[in-house]
Every structure is written in C-alpha cells, then in structure tokens.
Ligand binder design. Structure first.
Ligand code: DGT
Ligand code: CA
Ligand code: ZN
Length: 575
C-alpha cells in the first residue's frame, strides 16, 4: 500500500510549510489529508481520481498529488519544498513534542544538524537561554528523543497488520505457498510490532520463496533460503517467511507465535510428561517417536490442557488458568453491537448522521453514539450549549424515522484542568451517554490528574471515561494517572471505562484493561472514529480486550440498546 508513504510526504509538506510560516489552513489541509489517507482502507494506488476525492479532506488538488506519486514516485511540490530546508532540520522535527518554531531556532542558532547533536547539547544544558527555551523545555526535548529511540524499532500494530495481510494475500494468489498464517506478535495482537512473521507449507518451497522475495512490497532482501527468507518492505518493516512440512505446521505455528516465555513454560510441562515439544513436532522423549504436530491444537492436547488463544500467550498466568480449566471464553469482534465514541461533522468529524448510520448498519451494528467535543475544545470545533441542544433535537427526530437502529445522543465532555466538566448537569442530563475525557494539562501531578478523573466520575451523568491515560503510542507517554486509585473510584461510582481502539491510543492498554475486568468494572470498546474507514479500528480494540482476558459480558457495547442504556443510567438512578 502506498497510503503510508503518501501520508508521510503530506505530513512533511505540512512540517515544511509550518516552518515557513505558510497559511495555517493550507497546513491543516495537508495534515488532515495525511491522516485520512493513512486510515483509508483501500490502496490509494488502485483508486480512481473520483474515489480519491471521496476521501474526506481530499479535493482536486491533493488527489492530483496522490496520482502524481502513484505514477511517478515523486511529488513535485514536495521536492521543491524540501530543497528549501536541510534534511537535518526535518530530522529534528521528528522528535515528538519539538515543534517547527523551536526546531528552526535550534537549527539556525546552534547549527544542530541531527538528533545525536541535539541530544548531546541538551544533556550538556546548552539549549537553555535561547529565547523561549527553559530547563524544562530541554528536559522535554530529551524525553522526546528517548521516546523516538524507544519506538523507532517498533511500529503500532495498525501500521503493520494491513501490510502483513496484503503480503499474505499476494502470496496466496501468486505462489504455491499454502496454509499461510501470521505468527509472532502480530498473531498475539501486541500493540506494537517489531517484525512480521509468516508461516507456510508448500510442495514447491523454492518457488514459493522466490515469489516472496520478488513481491512488489520488497525493498531489500536480507536473506534467501529454501526454508527461511527475510525481506524489508518499502516502509522499512522486516518480514520473515518460514516454509515448513505439512506434518510440522501446527507445532511450528505454536513455536513462532510465541511468546518465547509462553513456549518455555509449555516445554517445561512437556518434559514433566515425558514429551519433547519443538518447532518440528511433539515427540516421546524416551523413543523419539513423533506423536503430533500437524495441527496447533495437538500441542495443547498433548499437554492435557485446552487450547490457549494467541492473545493470551504471554506467560501471565494463562497456563495455570488452562490447567485448572478456567480459561475464559474471550470476546470476539462479532459480539460488538455498536460503537459508543464517534465524531460527526458537528465537531471535528467528517460526516453527517446519515453517512455514519449507513456505515454502522453495514457493519451490522444496532446503535452508535455521536459523541462530539464540548465547547472548551476550540481546536476540535467543540460545540456550544446551544449547538449540542440543537444536535440532540435533530438526533431525536432522526430516531423517530429509524427502525432496528438507534442513534444515541452523546458528548465527549472535556474535563477541565480543575476537574470541572465543560457542560453543566442540565445539558448532560439530556444525553443518552456522556464520555468524559482529559485533553489538556497532561503535565500536572499524578494527584491532580487522578483527582480530575475521579471528580468527573463522581458526576452521576458521566457514564464512561474515554481514553483514560491520554497516551499516544510513540508520541506521548501516558500521563501520570494513579491507575489503582482511578480503577477503585470507577468501581465505586459504577462508571464504565473505555478501551479506545484508535491505533495510536489503545487506551486503556491490555494490562490495565485486565485489572479493571478483574475488579468487576464494566468496559466499552470504541473507535473514536472521525472518518468512516476508522470504524475498522474496532478490531484493534478487540485485540487489546482479548489480551486483557475480557469476555463478552465485561463489555457494555455487546449489549442490546435497551440493556445498554439501562446500564449506563444506573449511576443516575442511584444518585
Ligand atoms: P516482535 O517481533 O518483537 O514484535 O515479537 P515476536 O514475539 O514476534 O518475536 P520474534 O519475531 O523475535 O519471534 C517470533 C516468535 O518466535 C517468538 O514469539 C517466539 C519464537 N522465538 C523466537 N526466538 C526464539 C527463541 O530464541 N526461543 C524460543 N523459545 N522461541 C523463540
Ligand atoms: Ca515478530
Ligand atoms: Zn473522541
């Protein structure tokens, strides 16, 4: 897919325009287009001009640039603009939290050309004293560099999975490879991925491998052999393909799915049972006789335990659960009956209600909640009290005409820096669902941040806390919320907690989601969609939920509309 490449170029164009002090609307147009192309599920290189212009934020001009790139591999505007700034400068901009103004200052005054130089000077305290740069700015720059280093080797799963699926699809169509399956962290739905592991069988492995290394996605070939080959894609992501015998496919799949820690535990169990398990099969230790390995289930059967889903294979207690017969039946995507966090054109979303409803119906949903931003969030076109009342009225009118589907009136109300909500209770009372979330003051102390969340939860109308920790994977660490105290308060106030499925958020994460579930707190899984293809993000939320051992009954948007509304209002009934 060329989508990510083009999104990256559009973002860099925006960066350069920002440095040049260009028109803010033009800058925003590029950024928005980048974001929307990135989450567009169709490959833009296969889209017609008309289809491209159907992507929100893409008009005639930007569609032309996409086509230009697909045809020539270049965008002239970008080439010309990049001549105006040095490459080192663009590298500085890649540090999370380092904006164009500061980058320009550092570049011009200190002649900093790359990240190593920036890090050295920041550590030596040589940045402060420049206009607008204090000791704290210096610390934040160091944090940003650290974050970039931590994440440069791992990619968010949403960037990797579509690529992996595309590669598997091509291999299926174009090569004699069979039984193609993902393995590794991708199959376990980890939130970030180092490399793609693919497993296959074949009657003609040499031909299969040759097909693999010649895929159009390949930029470099790292190794090429009859059973294992590794390539790097144009996006810089490594893909390992292994071809194994049919009779070993299952044990190889278990082995290469990992995690390593989970596998070590399985092998220890095997030894105690007089067995030997490796990627080639399951063997009797005494005689070496092979007793299984074709199916992955053989591995667990041989150990006398039920099949453990890949998402649980982290050696976090899942094996004991399996031994005692208490493995949960994990939630699945098809259990989801609606999306409870969707933005419309009324704030910073791109669609009107009818488009959102159609998309939701296509997915078999029975309801969605429109949760636009509240007035304090000017940057996201937050709505005044008058406007949200008008919106509620319109939603009520639409529902009168709908059958078998409900549009829920909601809000994503901002929790202000002092903990107060951005709308008065008289407004919140009118809504079916109230998400409350933090969008500012991330650098407050843990007490302050946790206190803000708790005071929001004490409001009887707040039904859900959305993206509770505010993290953006690779861009911003979670703010310092005291998770235990937060969950205790959620439990006491019967407030539900969101797993925000937006790929850079995945917030709550798997570990906290499991903690919440174990305390009996209700969760919701929502996409925070701003454009239609982002409804697809639900799958990533399900991945997190399954990694957190959640069952269908732990998640409120698996309920029917009536039961859901009743549950969301339970707080109010008690208050
Ligand atoms: P990643 O790539 O860092 O996102 O995470 P994984 O889990 O995909 O790790 P990766 O790609 O290094 O290896 C894939 C699987 O292969 C891993 O989950 C378990 C298995 N594996 C790899 N190396 C070893 C090893 O040295 N010992 C054992 N037991 N298993 C290994
Ligand atoms: Ca891997
Ligand atoms: Zn939102």
């Amino acid at each position: 897919m060329k989508n990510q490449e083009i999104a990256k170029i559009f973002n860099e164009i925006a960066d350069i325009l920002e440095i040049k002090g260009d028109n803010p609307f033009r800058i925003r147009a590029y950024r928005k287009a980048a974001q929307n192309i990135d989450s567009f599920t169709m490959d833009v290189s296969e889209a017609s001009e008309e289809e491209l212009m159907g992507i929100p934020g893409i008009g005639h001009d930007l569609a032309g640039k996409v086509i230009e790139y697909v045809k020539t591999g270049h965008i002239k505007t970008y080439e010309e603009l990049s001549k105006e700034v040095s490459p080192g400068f663009i590298e500085l901009l890649s540090v999370p939290g380092l904006g164009p103004k500061t980058a320009r200052l550092l570049h011009d005054k200190l002649k900093i050309k790359n990240l190593d130089e920036l890090e050295r000077l920041a550590k030596a305290g040589k940045l402060k004293g420049l206009p607008g740069i204090q000791a704290k700015t210096e610390q934040n720059i160091l944090k940003g560099i650290d974050m970039r280093k931590r994440y440069s080797e791992r990619q968010p799963i949403a960037r990797v999975l579509p690529l992996a699926e595309e590669i598997i699809k091509r291999l299926r169509e174009k090569t004699p490879l069979k039984k193609l399956s993902l393995a590794g962290s991708l199959r376990r739905w980890k939130e970030t991925i180092k490399d793609i592991d693919i497993l296959a069988t074949s009657t003609d492995p040499a031909k299969g491998m040759s097909g693999f290394i010649h895929l159009p996605e390949v930029r470099d070939i790292l190794s090429h052999g009859p059973t294992k080959s590794s390539i790097v894609t144009h996006e810089g992501i490594q893909v390992d393909l292994r071809v194994v015998d049919d009779s070993s496919f299952g044990s190889a799949l278990a082995y290469f799915t990992g995690s390593k820690e989970h596998n070590i535990r399985l092998r220890e169990m095997a030894v105690k049972k007089g067995l030997k398990i490796n990627e080639y099969g399951i063997f009797k230790a005494a005689t070496g006789e092979k007793i299984g390995g074709e199916d992955e289930a053989d591995v667990y059967k041989a150990l006398g335990i039920p099949f453990i889903p890949p998402e649980m294979r982290e050696d976090n207690g899942e094996i004991d659960l399996a031994i005692t017969g208490k493995l949960p039946s994990l939630i699945e995507l098809r259990d989801i009956r609606g999306d409870l966090h969707v933005h419309s054109r009324w704030s910073d979303g791109s669609h009107d209600f009818s488009e959102l409803i159609n998309e939701a119906k296509k997915r078999g949903y029975e309801y969605i909640a429109v949760t636009d931003h509240s007035k304090g969030l000017g940057i996201a076109r937050g709505m005044s009290v008058e406007r949200i009342l008008e919106q509620v009225k319109e939603i009520r009118a639409i529902n009168k005409k709908l059958t078998g589907f409900k549009l829920l009136a909601g809000t994503e109300v901002d929790i202000r820096s002092n903990g107060a909500l951005d709308y008065p209770d008289e407004i919140l009372r009118e809504l079916d669902i109230v998400l409350a979330s933090i969008h500012s003051g991330f650098r407050q102390s843990s007490e302050q941040l946790t206190g803000r969340l708790i005071s929001a939860m004490k409001n009887p109308y707040v039904s859900v806390i959305a993206h509770p920790t505010g993290r953006l994977i690779g861009e911003r660490d979670a703010y310092e919320v005291d998770m235990d105290e937060f969950l205790r308060a959620a439990n006491e106030t019967e407030t539900a907690i969101e797993i925000n499925a937006y790929p850079l958020r995945l917030d709550l994460n798997d570990v906290s989601a499991r903690k919440a579930m174990e305390m009996g707190i209700s969760l919701v899984i929502s996409t925070d969609a701003h454009i239609l293809p982002q409804f697809d993000y639900m799958a990533f939320g399900i991945g997190i939920a399954r990694r957190g051992w959640l069952k269908k009954s732990d998640v409120l948007n698996t309920y029917g509309a009536e039961a859901l509304l009743k549950r969301l209002k339970r707080k109010q009934a008690k208050a």
